[in-house]
Ligand binder design. Structure first.
Ligand code: 1PR
Length: 559
């Protein structure tokens, strides 16, 4: 008897479990169809892809018991795919949903915006008087999805009577939560929505179960998109992690990817530390700190995993597990997401490696070197479907796959250049930094943390990664990394202009104004920094204040 959680074996369900534990609620996992009979409340944190969810539920004999459970009138809280399965069908899959809500899930239109809808947005109550579920219009919640239930009260009044809140992304209005009788569902992830999300979960779980069984529906009303949405730009704190010379995992930070201390000619003391891996703190402690300070997302990159990375020997898994216990915003994990072989010869496909990270509490995995090789293969053979990007995107949804790009500038003489990247050239500004003035360059992709150049340009990689199924691009710049000179705006504009998926601008942030610059000059959805946060040069709140001053939407912590 009591609260049960449903896990169909895909995606990050650990975060929900961690948040319930943090809030002091005990629960049991549904491990067998017969468990449904014991549940007096059920939470279904559906993550991943609609088709995979239905397939897994069917294969494990859980789909019909789930339908029966919901029909029995006992309280149900579905999250993301856990809400979408209540619908009849989805553009994402030929499989049918539970059909409890007579409506279809369709893909966002990507004509004027990036898809997936990935980031923080608000949820507006259809009936402002009815805020019984604890959703606050002033709060921001974390969304990550390419498909949604579009709000259409004229054509589908019956389906829209399930809508409890709506959210606007670009010029599209969709149902961001549903409620009727015993059913409550949110398209957003409360377990990833910081304090606002934890409060919502807590309120639902603390109420007597009987109060969830006869929730009224709301009369749908005429609603139209406003001139502007409230989707925010994300600020991401990144931790580059590696073992130092003593074998401890530390957060390090390089200058143009060189993470070792250098001796200063004017300071004799620095000779002692020269050559050592820079140690800027412990990853789990820093993750908790950045969460508390208002980061919208965290990124942990295992920067030396290209050397050796048998799955059994991944200390990063323990780091992710520990970080996820106290951090309730999205976590991206990168480094070593590729096919690996254990010391005993057991082969571990990239899908299995990623699965371990998702189960440890990661929401997205970031693929670096392997993405370069995959796009090279795609360009050579046009073959796709079997690589890391495709298999992970198929199982977990494309929003769970980030491709991390490490481009390096190749300077050329603009007068005489006759190479293949004429359309990708960036020209130094007359008032730009000394080393850029009068020059032009293209961006070459690298692997193994910038150690090896590959015959692939940044646009070839970005477009290829999108074609293979990546849901986001993490765009670093080896030239700007650690310099504090500001983001490489030309690079970001170039890549952002050629893909439909979200782009995270990375490398070079030195001040809060650099974040204003990147969001004013480019359409990047998010901006990431490392050094300025580790050295406490700039606080996340300063960046949020700077954005607010120029009317750029950012998530406010106090709301
Ligand atoms: O190739 O799939 O194993 O992934 C390895 C990952 O590790 C890639 O995402 C790659 O970018 C990263 N990586 C490898 N070597 C380094 C290094 O620094 N020596 N770090 C490295 C990449 C770039 C950002 C950094 C920003 C912001 N570091 O992560 O955080 O540049 O820094 P800043 O704000 O201080 O300028 P695979």
């Amino acid at each position: 008897m009591g609260l049960y959680l449903l896990d169909y074996g895909a995606g990050n369900v650990r975060s929900l479990a961690n948040s319930l534990t943090k809030l002091g609620h005990s629960f049991t996992w549904i491990s067998d169809p017969s468990d449904f009979a014991k549940a007096t409340s059920l939470v279904f944190p559906g993550v991943g892809a609609f088709e995979t969810a239905i397939q897994h539920l069917t294969d494990r004999g859980l789909l019909e018991p789930l339908r029966d459970y919901i029909k029995s009138g006992r309280p149900y809280f579905g999250i993301c795919i856990g809400m979408q399965v209540l619908f009849e069908s989805s553009d994402e899959s030929p499989s049918k949903g539970l059909g409890i809500i007579p409506y279809h899930i369709s893909r966002f239109d990507d004509t004027n915006k990036s898809v997936p809808h990935m980031g923080w947005n608000t949820a507006d109550l259809l009936n402002i008087q009815d805020d019984a579920e604890g959703i606050k219009e002033s709060s921001y919640y974390y969304f990550v999805h390419s498909f949604c239930a579009k709000y259409d009260h004229e054509k589908y009044p019956e389906a829209m009577s399930w809508a409890y809140t709506t959210t606007q992304y670009g010029n599209e209005l969709f149902v961001s939560s549903v409620r009727r009788n015993n059913v409550f569902g949110t398209q957003f992830h409360p377990e990833k929505s910081g304090t606002a999300g934890l409060q919502l979960l807590d309120e639902w779980l603390r109420k007597p179960e009987s109060s969830h069984t006869h929730m009224p529906s709301i009369t749908p009303k005429s609603l139209y998109p406003r001139p502007e949405h409230r989707f925010t730009k994300r600020i991401i704190a990144c931790m580059d992690v590696r073992a130092n010379d003593e074998g401890d995992l530390v957060v390090t930070k390089g200058d143009q990817y060189d993470v070792r201390e250098k001796a200063s000619p004017t300071n004799a003391l620095t000779a002692k530390i020269a050559g050592a891996v820079r140690n800027l703190g412990k990853p789990v402690a820093l993750a908790a700190k950045y969460y508390a300070e208002g980061a919208d997302e965290l990124c942990l990159l295992n920067i030396t995993s290209f050397r050796h990375s048998p799955l059994q020997d991944q200390p990063m898994l323990a780091v992710v597990r520990a970080a996820a216990e106290n951090v309730f915003i999205p976590l991206t994990i990168g480094g070593g997401i590729k096919d690996t072989v254990d010391p005993d010869g057991t082969k571990r496909p990239a899908l299995e490696v990623a699965g371990e990270y998702f189960r440890a509490g990661a929401d997205k995995v970031s693929i670096g070197s392997e993405a370069v090789y995959a796009v090279e293969r795609l360009r050579a053979t046009a073959e796709k479907g079997k690589g890391a990007i495709e298999t992970i995107a198929h199982a977990y949804g494309r929003q769970a796959v980030v491709v991390s790009i490490d481009p390096r500038r190749v300077y050329i003489d603009p007068q005489s250049y006759d190479g293949p990247y004429k359309n990708e050239l960036i020209y130094g500004k007359p008032d730009g930094p000394d080393n850029e003035r009068g020059k032009a360059w293209w961006y070459q992709c690298t692997v193994s943390g910038g150690r090896e150049n590959r015959p692939l340009s940044v646009l070839e990689l970005a477009k290829g990664a999108e074609e293979l199924g990546a849901g986001e691009i993490l765009l670093n710049s080896i030239d700007r990394d650690g310099t504090g000179l500001g983001f490489d705006l030309g690079l970001i504009k170039l890549v952002k202009g050629s893909v439909k998926i979200p782009v995270v601008a990375s490398s070079g942030a030195g001040s809060a104004d650099h974040f204003v610059d990147v969001f004013k000059t480019t359409d990047a959805e998010a901006a990431l920094a490392a050094g300025i946060f580790h050295r406490e040069q700039v606080r996340i709140s300063e960046i949020k204040d700077a954005l607010k001053k120029v009317h750029i939407n950012g998530r406010e912590l106090s709301l």
